[in-house]
Design a binder for this molecule. Structure first.
Ligand code: PLP
Length: 363
C-alpha cells in the first residue's frame, strides 16, 4: 500500500458568485450542478499515486483511445455530506465507502486507493466547498468519488495509467412532497449480476446493463426494477441501485444476504444495526419471489422497502410483472417510517450517534 499523497490546493480563480450559488441551493435537484472544486490524483505503476490536488471543477481532456471508453474499467462511490443545525458538516461512514472502493478496485483490476487518502480527499473537497452544502430538510451535498482507466491504449489489459477524482453536487430532498411508495417491475428478461461477475463491485458497467431493464419498467409504468438471481430465477437480489427489505407482520425484518451478486450497501448494513437496536429480529436469508407474492397476499409480509444512499429508504407500493401485479401498501409502513426516521436523525445530527458513524468535516 502506498502512503497517502498530500493534496496540492489550487483554488479556483472564478468561484460561482454567492447569489448564483444561493439560487442553485434553493432547488438543486439531483446531479445537475457541481461545486466549484474537484479532486484529482493519478496512478502509474512506477509512481503509484501522485499529483494529488484540489483544483477548479472543469472538463477532463480525454483522448479517443482512452481505455475506459472502450472496456469500461471504472468504479465509483456515492455518499453525502450533511449540514447540522449548529453549522457543522459531517459525512456518514466514509471509511466504509473507502473500503468498498478498494474491493471494487480489486475486482476491476484497478489500483487500491488507501482509505486515508479517500477520506482526506472528501474532507478537503467538502471543507473547501462548504458553501455548497445545502441546509434544511433532507438536503445534502452528494459526493461522487470515481476511478477509471485513463491509459491511451486499445490493448485489453489493466490500465497502466489510472485517474481518481471526486466531484460534488448539491442534492435536494429525494422526496419533494413527503415519502411516497414506488412501483417496481420484476425483470424476467434480465439479471443484474451473475455468479463470478461484477455484481458486488460498484462499477459503471453494472449500471449500463441495468438501463434496458429500467426502460422496460418504465414501459410498464413502473419506476424501478427488481432483479432475481441469474441461475434459478427464483431469489430476490436487489434493485438496480438499492437493496431490498421485507418487514413481517410480527416485526421481523428480512433482507437477502450479500453475496457475489448483491452489492454490500452501507445503508443496508446501517439499517440492520438500527432495526436490531429498535427491537426487531433481523434475518439475512434468501427470499424467493413466491415468498414475496404469497407473503403479501397472506399478510405475513406487512411492508417492503428499498434502501440506498440517494433515497435512504423508499417504500415499495406495487410489484408488477408480465401478467400480474401485487399491491404491497399504498402508504409508507410504520416500521419503514420509524427506521427511516432513526437513520435520518443520526445523519442530520438530531439524535446522538451510538455507532460512531458520523465523521466531522467542518466544525
Ligand atoms: C450503491 C448501490 C447500493 C446502495 O449502497 P449504499 O452504500 O447504501 O448507497 C445498492 N445496490 C447497488 C447495485 C448499488 O450500486
Amino acid at each position: 500500500m502506498t502512503s497517502a499523497p498530500l493534496f496540492r490546493v489550487e483554488p479556483t480563480a472564478s468561484p460561482t458568485p454567492d447569489a448564483r450559488r444561493e439560487e442553485i441551493l434553493t432547488a438543486p435537484g439531483f446531479g445537475l450542478y457541481f461545486s466549484d472544486h474537484m479532486i484529482s490524483a493519478t496512478w502509474t505503476p512506477e509512481r503509484e499515486w501522485h499529483d494529488a490536488r484540489l483544483h477548479a471543477y472543469g472538463p477532463l481532456s480525454v483522448d479517443p483511445a482512452t481505455a475506459v471508453l472502450h472496456y469500461a474499467q471504472e468504479i465509483f462511490e456515492g455518499l453525502k455530506a450533511y449540514a447540522h443545525d449548529d453549522g457543522s458538516i459531517w459525512t456518514f461512514r466514509p471509511e466504509a465507502n473507502a473500503r468498498r472502493f478498494q474491493r471494487s478496485a480489486e475486482r476491476l483490476a484497478l489500483p487500491e486507493l488507501p482509505v486515508e487518502t479517500f477520506v482526506a480527499a472528501l474532507d478537503l473537497l467538502v471543507s473547501t466547498d462548504r458553501g455548497w452544502v445545502p441546509r434544511g430538510g433532507e438536503t445534502s451535498l452528494y459526493l461522487r468519488p470515481f476511478m477509471f482507466a485513463s491509459e491511451v491504449f486499445l490493448g485489453v489489459r489493466p490500465s497502466q495509467h489510472v485517474s481518481f477524482h471526486v466531484i460534488s453536487s448539491p442534492a435536494g430532498a429525494y422526496f419533494k412532497s413527503g415519502v411516497r411508495p414506488v412501483s417496481i417491475w420484476l425483470s424476467r428478461d434480465y439479471s443484474r449480476a451473475g455468479a463470478g461477475g461484477t455484481g458486488a463491485a460498484k462499477c459503471g458497467g453494472n449500471y449500463a446493463a441495468s438501463l434496458r431493464p429500467q426502460q422496460q419498467a418504465a414501459e410498464h409504468s413502473c419506476e424501478q426494477v427488481v432483479f432475481l438471481d441469474s441461475l434459478e430465477h427464483t431469489w430476490i437480489e436487489e434493485l438496480g441501485g438499492m437493496n431490498i427489505f421485507f418487514v413481517h407482520d410480527d416485526g421481523n425484518i428480512v433482507t437477502p444476504p450479500v453475496s457475489g451478486t448483491i452489492l454490500d450497501g452501507i445503508t443496508r448494513d446501517s439499517l440492520l444495526a438500527i432495526a436490531a437496536d429498535m427491537g426487531h429480529k433481523v434475518d439475512e436469508r434468501p427470499v424467493s419471489i413466491d415468498e414475496w407474492r404469497d407473503g403479501v397476499s397472506s399478510g405475513r409480509i406487512a411492508e417492503v422497502f428499498a434502501c440506498g444512499t440517494a433515497a435512504v429508504i423508499t417504500p415499495v407500493g406495487r410489484l408488477a410483472w408480465e401478467d400480474g401485479e401485487l399491491n404491497c401498501g399504498e402508504q409508507t409502513g410504520e416500521v419503514t417510517a420509524s427506521i427511516r426516521q432513526r437513520l435520518l436523525d443520526i445523519q442530520y445530527g438530531r439524535a446522538d450517534d451510538p455507532y460512531g458513524w458520523m465523521h466531522r468535516v467542518v466544525v
